[in-house]
Write a protein that binds this ligand. Structure first.
Ligand SMILES: [Zn+2]
Length: 251
């Protein structure tokens, strides 16, 4: 706060034009990791990973490096009518929205999202009530990983774990193993994703982290939104979106 006040004092002293006063007050912008509840499973359940993602640079065991190539396929129109934001099981970094969200985000000129229709699996036709919110802007590496648990994609070493995974037919013991690292999502109320504040200057309202999170056979890159997006969601009283603050630090 002191830094912001000093910055404004300099502006008042005539070093900057009056217009520069606005960004000095809004300089400290909060960012949030967003997530949703899960409704249903991506289709077809046994092969959605290959059919939805390009794994040319990705790992079929840990999912790190996967890239979207096709629309998601749903079993049916989601029924949670009071939720404007929805998600699918197994997929933790894609968000689906009702028509009204697309419409208001476009009216409010929220930057960093595009919208496409998921597909109803049994007919091949677009869903009627849901859009997929596409987020293509990937931040440069900016995670401060101090205190975060991480795991490497490699053959397990613990004999008990190997026995358990073999008994369940898990690919986590068969491989292939790419050697990449992902971070476990912070769980506790006081544990937040910590990032460097300078990364967010001149970024759109909706971005994606470059670091991968998850555990075992799932990996995802968190979607982050600016304070402005949170303000719109709160003002519209939309349901279904969970905001967890990002802890911002100086490099
Ligand atoms: Zn891997």
């Amino acid at each position: 706060m002191l830094i912001i006040m000093l910055s404004c004092k300099r502006a008042f002293a005539g070093r900057y034009t009056v217009n520069y006063l606005i960004p000095c007050w809004t300089k400290k912008m909060n960012w949030y990791h967003i997530s949703t509840g899960q409704f249903g499973y991506p289709q077809p359940e046994d092969s959605y990973l290959d059919e939805t993602y390009d794994l040319t640079d990705g790992c079929p065991t840990c999912e790190i490096g996967k890239r979207l190539k096709n629309q998601f396929r749903f079993r049916s129109e989601p029924k949670a009518k009071h939720s404007q934001f929805l998600g699918l099981n197994w997929v933790f970094d894609e968000i689906f929205v009702r028509d009204v969200v697309k419409s208001i985000f476009e009216d409010e000129q929220v930057i960093g999202v595009k919208f496409t229709k998921p597909i109803l699996h049994k007919t091949g036709q677009p869903l009627k009530t849901i859009y997929h919110m596409l987020v293509d802007t990937v931040l440069p590496p900016s995670l401060n990983a101090d205190g975060l648990k991480s795991e490497k994609c490699e053959r397990p070493k613990d004999p008990g774990m190997i026995k358990f995974l073999e008994a369940s037919g898990s690919s986590l013991v068969k491989g292939p193993f790419c050697g990449s690292t992902k971070y476990n999502y912070p769980r506790g109320d006081n544990e937040l994703i910590t990032m460097f504040e300078s990364t967010f200057s001149s970024m759109p309202d909706v971005v994606r982290m470059s670091e991968w999170f998850g555990s075992g056979g799932t990996a995802s890159r968190p979607i982050l939104v600016s304070e402005r997006v949170k303000e719109i969601v709160n003002r519209m009283k939309w349901r279904g979106l969970i905001f967890r603050p990002i802890k911002l630090i100086n490099k």
